[in-house]
Design a binder for this molecule. Sequence first.
Ligand code: ATP
Ligand code: MG
Length: 285
Amino acid sequence: MYNAFFGLKENPFELSPDPAFLYRSTQHEEALANLLYGVQSRKGFIALTGEVGTGKTTMLECLRDFLHSQQIPFAFVFNSRLTPDQFFEMIAYDFDLRCSRTSKMEVLFALNAMLVERANQGKTTVLIVDEAHNLEWDVLEEIRLLGNLENRRGKLMQIIIAGQPELDRKLEAPNFRQLKQRIALRCQLKPFDQTETALYIASRLAKAGMATQTVFSPELLEELHARSHGIPRIINLVCDNLLLLAFAMESKVGTMEMLDEVSTDLRLEWPGNRTRHKEQYSRGD
Ligand SMILES: Nc1ncnc2c1ncn2[C@@H]1O[C@H](COP(=O)(O)OP(=O)(O)OP(=O)(O)O)[C@@H](O)[C@H]1O
Ligand SMILES: [Mg+2]
């Protein structure tokens, strides 16, 4: 809506996990390098954790692009409310296995045959599981068993399990210990620091067509970082709303008042805000 007004060729702050807009912060770069290394060196289990909206699915999408480019087959399980049977049906579908996809035994046979054949050719296969923190124990157990398949050169299937920090806590439980022990590589995504937040915003705007961003002043960026806690999804929401408001007010630059309005609309909470509420309360305002 506001793109033409700001001289942008596409929306800079979409909420989709689009690798085309990837900002390579040190930790995102490191996480991606770990994922690629883990897959290529057949590490078996790799865990990717991070708070809500920190870029886990975006990393998995980057990995998916890499696997496509290398013609490495993969299954991508993103629905965590699956029963074990549905889980097998889904991977049979993704790997295009020629068997009765509703029979777990048949899927296992066909999958095993494919994995062994590929391993014999020196090739690997990948299973990506997003939102793994929500998976039921019995599905996680099936995933663990799939991760056990190996030959003398390494694991037959590389398994990436991604999820919110609850995943780490879940793996601490006694019945998940076996899975926890098998995780060979761990990557963690944290919110951006203040400098990264500013670079992230500039990077997304540059990719959308604004080579040097002129909308957000350093003070506004600092405040925006505090209010978004450096979480990419919240930053996107705030920036998108702020650009829309600036456009409505025919202003090419953002202001603190606009940020206040957007923060209220989005019901953002941040430490300074709570303090302000408390001060007002104690003053009886
Ligand atoms: N490094 C990054 N570069 C560009 N955009 C990013 C980056 N990290 C996150 N984002 C953006 O932030 C938003 C949230 O990212 P994403 O959906 O990958 O988070 P998530 O960790 O999977 O969240 P959830 O826990 O809700 O599944 C998306 O719009 C995504 O494009
Ligand atoms: Mg996600």
